[in-house]
Design a protein around this ligand. Sequence first.
Ligand code: GRF
Length: 189
Amino acid sequence: MTKPVRVAVLVSGGGTNLQALLDQVHDSPIARVARVISNRPDAGALQRARRAGIPTTVLRDPSDTQELLAALGDAHLIVLAGYLKLVPGAVVSRFRGRMINIHPALLPDFGGPGMYGHRVHEAVLASGAKESGATVHFVDETFDRGAIIAQERVPVLKGDTSETLAARVLEAEHRLLPRVVLDLARSIA
Ligand code: GRF
């Protein structure tokens, strides 16, 4: 049997998507989280990684191609899970088709620079959309514009606030991201 695909996860925040990967992917024979990389030393996601015994790196300069490549090491699949920095172009081309991002809305709507966190959900609510959801897409040189791999839709309910909508979308993210990582790992193993 082939070895599990080595996955590196880039994070900036609390890391609930990382946790979903640790819970649903890490022990599978198909893929395992080999390292977790953050631009923020105080990211809660780093605590989750350390608790799981996974090596972590805090980037000094997220725009430094060599530093990021060194941190990625021999990872074969890269997952941006709440990572808020632009990945340098040279790193994007090195991992083309093997670097994915999760976004808390139905791209191509409600994405792009500055569209993160509650701003996304506030924009969805302000638009009057009846649905939102989670999108996993390949990373290219533009924020949130790479080819879409999979989406999970959730309803926008009457009386939703950005908090209630964010929580519903986040649950969808936690189902979608591990599924896509396993599918991709199977296809590139
Ligand atoms: C998620 O909504 C993700 O889609 C977005 O940032 C949030 C990160 O949450 N890119 P977490 O750090 O995984 O809890």
